[in-house]
Design a protein around this ligand. Structure first.
Ligand SMILES: NC(=O)c1ccc[n+]([C@@H]2O[C@H](COP(=O)([O-])OP(=O)(O)OC[C@H]3O[C@@H](n4cnc5c(N)ncnc54)[C@H](OP(=O)(O)O)[C@@H]3O)[C@@H](O)[C@H]2O)c1
Length: 314
C-alpha cells in the first residue's frame, strides 16, 4: 500500500541507528516520540563556543537559536568589543573574556575566524591552554583550507579531536547545504553530536572525505555569492528591457526559488528540467544558446575551480 510521507526538518527522534545526513522521517510509519532542539540540547548540556563571531558564526548561531538551542549554552569571542556587542544582541549568552577561557568553558569549540587568522589563534591556544583541557574539547573548524591534521598539530595537545564542517550562510534561515569530515582522533559519538546539532537547523550536512572539502567549500560556502550574482544579472537584464527594478528583483528571486523547489520536488536531471522549458525554436532555447555563446557554464565551472585553488592556498 502506498503511504504519504511528510518531511520534518527540526525535530529529531530519540533514537537512531546511524546519524543521517538529512533528518527525514515518515509520520505514518515512525511512532517514536520527538525531541525538540531545546530538549535535546539541554539534555546533553553541550556548551557551544564560537571562537570568532563574524558572518558565518552568526548565521550558525541564528540557526541554532531559531531551532531552540538556549542562548545560555552559546559562548563566543570576537576581536573587537563592537562585534561582541552584536553577538550579544543576536542572542549569544556569554561573551568570554578571551579565547583561552572560551575553550575552557565549552565542550565544542567552533574555529570561526578567517583562515588567515587561524594560525595565530591556534598558536595562542597552544601557548595558553593546558594540553589536558585541549584534549577534552571537540574542535570544529569552519575555515576554508586548513586540514584536520594541520589544526591538530598546531594545537599540540595529545590526541586532539578536530572536525571540519563547511557550512553556508543560509544556515541562518534553516537551510544548510554543507559537509563535514573528521580527523584522526574523532570518535563516532563526536560525529553523531555534530550531525545531530546541525540537523536541528534543517537542510543537508553530507559526510565527505577530507580531499573533497575544498570542492564543498567552493560549491556550498562560496556558492550563495555565485547565486546572488546570477540573480543580480537576471534582474539587470529585465530592467534593461524596461521592467521596473523592484519588480525585476522580486521576480528574479521568486523565479529562482520556484525553479529550485521544482527541481527538488521532481528529482530529475537538471538537463531534463531545462529541456522541459526549451520548446523547439522557442524563446528559451534562444536564451540558453546565448548563455552557451557567453560561455556561462565554463564561467561557473571555472568559478568553482578558482575557489578550490584559493582554498588550497589559505
Ligand atoms: N562567510 C561565509 O559565507 C562563509 C562560508 C563558509 C565558511 N566560512 C568560513 O568561516 C570563517 C569566518 O568567516 P566570516 O565570513 O564569518 O569572517 P568574518 O565575518 O570576518 O568573521 C571573523 C570573526 O573572527 C573574529 N576574530 C578575528 N580574530 C580573532 C581572534 N584572535 N580571537 C577571536 N576572534 C577573532 C572577528 O572579530 P571582529 O569582528 O571583532 O574583528 C570576527 O568576529 C572563515 O574561516 C571562512 O572560511 C565563511
Amino acid at each position: 500500500m502506498k503511504t504519504t510521507t511528510t518531511t520534518l526538518w527540526v525535530c529529531i527522534p530519540t533514537t537512531w541507528n546511524k546519524p543521517p545526513s538529512v533528518i527525514k522521517r515518515s509520520m505514518k510509519k515512525d511512532k517514536r516520540p520527538f525531541r525538540t532542539a531545546a530538549t535535546l540540547q539541554s539534555e546533553t548540556q553541550q556548551r557551544l563556543g564560537f571562537l570568532g563571531c563574524g558572518h558565518m558564526a552568526k548565521a550558525i548561531i541564528r540557526g541554532f537559536i531559531v531551532a531552540g538551542i538556549p542562548s545560555d549554552l552559546i559562548y563566543a569571542t570576537t576581536k573587537t568589543p563592537s562585534s561582541a556587542q552584536k553577538a550579544k544582541q543576536l542572542g549569544v549568552g556569554h561573551i568570554a573574556s578571551d579565547n583561552q577561557s572560551l575553550v575552557s568553558s565549552c565542550d565544542m569549540v567552533f574555529l570561526a575566524v578567517k583562515p588567515q587568522s587561524l594560525d595565530q589563534v591556534l598558536k595562542q591556544l597552544k601557548e595558553t591552554v593546558d594540553t589536558k583541557v585541549l584534549s577534552e574539547k571537540l574542535f570544529i573548524s569552519i575555515a576554508a583550507g586548513k586540514t584536520c591534521d594541520q589544526i591538530a598539530a598546531q594545537l599540540g595537545a595529545s590526541h586532539p579531536r578536530v572536525m571540519r564542517v563547511m557550512p553556508n550562510l543560509p544556515v541562518a534561515v534553516g537551510h544548510l547545504a554543507g559537509a563535514y569530515c573528521a580527523g584522526a582522533n574523532v570518535q563516532e559519538k563526536d560525529i553523531e553530536r555534530v550531525v545531530q546539532l546541525f540537523s536541528l537547523v534543517g537542510g543537508v550536512l553530507e559526510p565527505v572525505t577530507e580531499e573533497c572539502m575544498e570542492a564543498v567549500t567552493a560549491l556550498c560556502g562560496s556558492g550563495p555569492a555565485f547565486v546572488y550574482m546570477f540573480l543580480e544579472a537576471l534582474a539587470d537584464g529585465a530592467v534593461r528591457q524596461g521592467l521596473d527594478r523592484k519588480v525585476a528583483n522580486q521576480l528574479a528571486l521568486e523565479m529562482v526559488y520556484g525553479a529550485c523547489k521544482l527541481a527538488k520536488n521532481d528529482n530529475l536531471h537538471f538537463a531534463q528540467l531545462r529541456n522541459q522549458v526549451e520548446s523547439p525554436a522557442g524563446t528559451t532555447v534562444y536564451g540558453t544558446s546565448a548563455l552557451e555563446n557567453g560561455q556561462f557554464r565554463k564561467a561557473v565551472i571555472n568559478a568553482i575551480q578558482e575557489a578550490v585553488l584559493r582554498a588550497k592556498q589559505l
